[in-house]
Design a protein around this ligand. Structure first.
Ligand SMILES: Nc1nc2c(c(=O)[nH]1)N[C@H]1C(S)=C(S)[C@@H](COP(=O)(O)OP(=O)(O)OC[C@H]3O[C@@H](n4cnc5c(=O)[nH]c(N)nc54)[C@H](O)[C@@H]3O)O[C@H]1N2
Ligand SMILES: Nc1nc2c(c(=O)[nH]1)N[C@H]1C(S)=C(S)[C@@H](COP(=O)(O)OP(=O)(O)OC[C@H]3O[C@@H](n4cnc5c(=O)[nH]c(N)nc54)[C@H](O)[C@@H]3O)O[C@H]1N2
Ligand SMILES: [Mo]
Length: 904
């Protein structure tokens, strides 16, 4: 503690800069170049204060407090200096600007009585150049007018220090200095990722949110959690007249710490899209007819009762929604089990990270990420395998990137040169589908070089000798030709990962969406065990989960074999029956993939798909469609008439977006966070939990579903799921809590397995045989197609395609190596046909050397392209997830008459 005198009064402060001390004491000094998210520079001098004994004023943002300092924050000298500095900053500012209370610069001008019309006349400098200042009024979200720039450099610094994009640059020097994007031209042509951090920090209105300019500043702000990916960013949603205008990141949010990406901040206009369905509908003779809610409930009840009476509970299936809340997913599985009497309940974790959950549960005992995002800043090294976080979990990606820029080591294992791969010490550009041998070879190299943690192996693992014998044959030399990388690089990857402690593993779908998805993840766990990177800060094995609440959806029991808490039915059914006052079915339920098989065979007759566009997102669309067409009743509950509803839907139930509801989401690091209603329900839509409750009541189960709020549902979840019992709504008013959280005193768990695993003190290494996928290239199908995501679009595209993101990324693209394209005479952005053994699609090509020759990468967000017409039918051997990442295809030019066979 330091004793200081401020403005004649004694204070104690705990150190840091003078500015931090002043802010802690609520003593306000103006700042223009300061933002707590970036390093202080002391450039604007507005925060300067007088310190007795020092002749010159000092910038409080860069000067540390010292014992006995006597500080004057508003002396005459200080205030005069501020006035002069502000006047100089204002000299070229447009005199006609109207006062905007949201802009710090405007507030200071007013506070210090600076009249822009006069300043200009007295001080305006002759322009140093004839070139007009940079403007950009064409970007869907940002509006740039550098006439209003006051050279605080906050945009440059936040872009560098938080997002790590380095877009904004200072061009020229002295009075000619001007801030422009890296390409000098419009933002859409630059490397900008539209995260909006620059607009968020700009104090003078030079970079602003376009919608705020067009629609007016929000009048209300509501704290909630982003509804896109599994990162779980908390934000303030700004609304005006019942419309979402813009979101602001929260500084105190543990996940995103004052940052958001293009989707969370801007991609929300889908909620107000003209084609949103807000009235229930029934399809008769091919035509959709609007009906009332009571009518639609009666219709569904009749049809489901008839099917249940004839064919029993195995003939119906329900899919929960990874986009809806925990409470809604809990009710969805309760609906399947109590109302329909069926364990045929699943969610899209099945096609996504079910292999991660299974692998982590089998090897370590808990099917979830071991560590937290806050470990990123502790980790000294990262292994990122089959994940592209700077696009798909952008806040996580930005945090990893910053840590790497500060010196942390990075190994990337991915067939494509992702953005993170460019920052990596080693990029193993392996062939799709070769994770198992690659990670075995890394394990081999770790053991061979002695780079293992012997103490950890001794105390926390079993049968290391057995594993060492098993791995002996998996030499980097043997694996190199299989994976298409050099033995040297494999050894280097092992050495880099083991060279620093602690090191974190993050993995994505490049690990799971394979025939050996679950087993591939088990091989990654081997590496964490060998190097002792488990149970410690900055370490662990962490799947980057997909949607906002996919972790929660499965965890709430939208899973054929597990009830809430991801606990096997046999273990908790008795307890659950007591709480539900209803029997829990014990028959093995069907996974989503098995439901589809059953639909093909005719034994599944009805499907209730909540917030999951199954026809569009499943692989091998033609087969999927054939199976879905056999169903007698397909109920789609969504915001939009999605591809499933259009193709095979019989009933449509209009759900509302997460801006319109209350509840909780569970993010990738096991954190349960609050979702709050920001705008009124649009039209006649309803929250999923209300629909489920009312439908259950119509079907005769009023009592079991008699909840009057999401909180009431959550409190039942806490009774069923022991590890979540301590997570009350009251406790997660801010920031959320990570499970296990056993009671209301429990602080939550940031790091799993610190002292032991739920399966015991020791874990086992997995000895997995490599079984190459049967999906192989031939002369007819010579390319390997890999599929995945892009920053600006999200999954089925139902949401992101209905926002300004459609201007940033209007359609899907097929990444192809320029040499392959040259041989096939394909030009950049030419539309081509890709054909696999399963189907065909037309898609524009993007030439890039991010992919290797012979390999292609397509996104799958645009229904006009329908990439999944091409993907195949192989599944993960353990949990059945589709092999989206490997499909043999050929590529043809559209204008070619005869289908030329293309050889890479
Ligand atoms: N912008 C955006 N963000 C999203 C989504 C979105 O659609 N758009 N979707 C959300 C969802 S549902 C999910 S599940 C997550 C997914 O997030 P990610 O897991 O990052 O998703 P993908 O882009 O599908 O695949 C990641 C990487 O796996 C690589 N890969 C393919 N095959 C292999 C292989 O055999 N081995 C290895 N090591 N790598 C391989 C691909 O080249 C790709 O770069 O993103 C979530 N976030
Ligand atoms: N080729 C290829 N295909 C893939 C993948 C791949 O890598 N390659 N990845 C797969 C993966 S990982 C996933 S997760 C799936 C994703 O596939 P889907 O789950 O089908 O896609 P989403 O876009 O996440 O959203 C599903 C639907 O939820 C609706 N929705 C949004 N919010 C709500 C809500 O609150 N309530 C209700 N009822 N509905 C809502 C949306 O409008 C949308 O139609 O795609 C899979 N398909
Ligand atoms: Mo996903």
């Amino acid at each position: 503690m330091f004793l200081v005198m401020i403005n004649g009064k004694d204070h104690e402060c705990s150190g840091g800069t003078i500015l931090e001390a002043l802010r802690a004491l609520d003593i306000q000094v103006p700042t223009l170049c300061h933002d707590p998210r970036i390093l202080p520079t002391g450039a604007c001098r507005l925060c300067s204060v007088e310190i007795e004994g020092q002749e010159r004023l000092v910038a409080s943002c860069t000067t540390p407090v010292a014992q006995g300092m006597r500080i004057w924050t508003h002396s005459e000298k200080v205030e005069a200096d501020r006035r002069t500095n502000l006047t100089l900053l204002a000299r070229n500012y447009p005199a006609e600007e109207c006062y905007d209370e949201h802009l710090e610069f405007h507030r200071y001008l007013r506070q210090y009585g600076i009249d822009l019309t006069r300043v200009g006349r007295i001080f305006k400098l002759a322009p140093a150049t004839d070139e007009p200042r940079f403007t950009d009024f064409d970007h869907p979200y940002l509006r740039v007018d550098m006439d209003k720039c006051v050279h605080c450099y906050r945009c440059i610094r936040i872009c560098n220090e938080v997002q790590g994009q380095f877009v904004w640059r200072a061009w020229n020097r002295g009075d000619r200095t001007e801030i422009r994007p890296d390409t000098g031209g419009p933002l859409l042509d630059s490397s900008c990722v539209s995260c909006g951090a620059c607009a968020d920090t700009c104090p003078s209105g030079a970079i602003t949110d376009r919608l705020v300019v067009e629609k007016g500043a929000p009048t209300e702000w509501t704290r909630t959690t982003c509804a896109y990916c599994g990162t779980g960013c908390e934000m303030l949603v700004g609304t005006r007249g019942g419309e979402v205008i813009v979101a602001k990141p929260l500084l105190d949010a543990p996940v995103n710490k004052g940052h958001l990406c293009v989707k969370g901040r801007y991609a929300h206009r889908f909620a107000h899209a003209k084609d949103r369905i807000t009235q229930p509908m029934i399809r008769r003779d091919g035509e959709w007819h609007e009906v009332s809610w009571p009518e639609v409930y009666l219709y569904i009840a009749d049809r489901l009762h008839a099917i249940l009476a004839e064919s029993g509970p195995s003939a119906v299936g329900v899919l929960g929604s990874a986009r809806a809340t925990n409470e809604e997913n809990y009710l969805a599985q309760k609906f399947a089990r109590v109302v329909l009497g069926s364990n045929n309940i699943d969610c899209c974790a099945r096609v996504c990270h079910a292999p991660s959950a299974a692998a982590l549960k089998a090897t370590l005992g808990t099917g979830a990420a071991t560590n937290s995002f806050n470990d990123i800043e502790i980790a000294q090294g990262f292994l990122v395998a089959g994940a592209n976080p700077t696009e798909n979990h952008p806040i996580v990606g930005a945090r990893i990137k910053q840590q790497v820029l500060k010196g942390a080591k990075l190994v990337v294992v991915d067939p494509r040169r992702t953005e993170l791969a460019r920052f990596a010490d080693v990029h193993l550009q392996i062939r799709p589908g070769t994770n198992v041998p690659t990670f075995h070879a890394i394990a081999h190299a770790l053991i061979e070089s002695g780079a293992v943690d012997e103490e950890f192996i001794r105390e926390r693992t079993d049968d290391f000798e057995g594993f060492r014998d098993f791995i002996r044959n998996w030499t980097p030399e043997r694996v190199a030709p299989i994976a298409g990388v050099t033995a040297e690089d494999i050894r280097k990857a092992a050495a880099v990962y083991a060279s620093v402690k602690p090191a974190m593993i993050f993995h994505g779908l490049g690990m799971t969406e394979h025939t050996q998805g679950t087993e591939g993840v088990q091989c990654l766990v081997n590496l964490a065990l060998l190097t002792g990177n488990l149970g410690k800060p900055g370490s662990g094995e962490n799947p980057l989960r997909g949607q906002n609440n996919v972790q929660g959806s499965a965890h709430m029991g939208c899973e054929p074999s597990n009830l809430a808490g991801y606990t096997p039915i046999s273990q908790v059914a008795d307890l659950v029956e007591k709480i539900w006052k209803a029997p829990v079915p014990r028959e093995q339920g069907l996974t989503w993939m098995k439901m589809l098989d059953a639909a093909s065979e005719g034994s599944l007759r009805a499907l209730y798909a909540i917030g999951y566009d199954v026809y569009f997102s499943n692989p091998r669309s033609d087969e999927t469609k054939k199976a879905l067409e056999k169903l007698e009743l397909v109920i789609v509950q969504d915001l939009f008439l999605n591809e499933t509803a259009k193709a095979v839907g019989h009933v449509f139930l209009p759900a509302c977006s997460s801006y319109e509801k209350d509840g909780t989401f569970m993010n990738s690091e096991r954190r349960v966070q609050r979702v709050r209603q920001c705008i009124p329900l649009v039209g006649d839509s309803k929250s999923d939990w209300v629909i489920l409750k009312e439908l259950a009541a119509t079907m005769g189960f009023k009592d079991a579903f008699d909840f009057d709020s999401p909180e009431a549902i959550w409190n039942e979840v806490r009774q069923v799921w022991k590890a979540g019992a301590g997570i009350s709504y009251e406790r997660i008013e801010h920031n959320g809590l990570q499970w296990p959280c056993l009671d209301e005193e429990h602080p939550g768990t940031t790091i799993l397995h610190a002292k032991q695993f739920p399966i015991g003190v020791r874990a086992n290494f997995s000895k997995i045989d490599y079984l190459p996928t049967p999906e192989v290239t031939t002369d007819e199908y010579p390319f390997i197609l890999n599929t995945g995501r892009t920053l600006a679009q999200f999954n089925a595209g139902t949401m992101s395609m209905r926002t300004g993101n459609a201007r940033i990324r209007p359609t899907d693209l097929l990444e192809m190596h320029p040499c392959d394209a040259m041989l096939l005479q394909i030009h950049d952005h030419e539309k081509v046909r890709i054909t696999s053994r399963y189907g065909t699609a037309e898609i524009p090509v993007q030439l890039t050397d991010k992919v290797r020759r012979g390999e292609l990468f397509a996104t799958f967000h645009d229904p006009k392209v329908f990439t999944n017409r091409v993907t195949g039918g192989q599944r993960d051997r353990v949990v059945g997830s589709p092999e989206y990442k490997v499909t043999a295809v050929r590529v043809e030019r559209l204008e070619q008459a005869a289908p030329a066979i293309s050889k890479p």
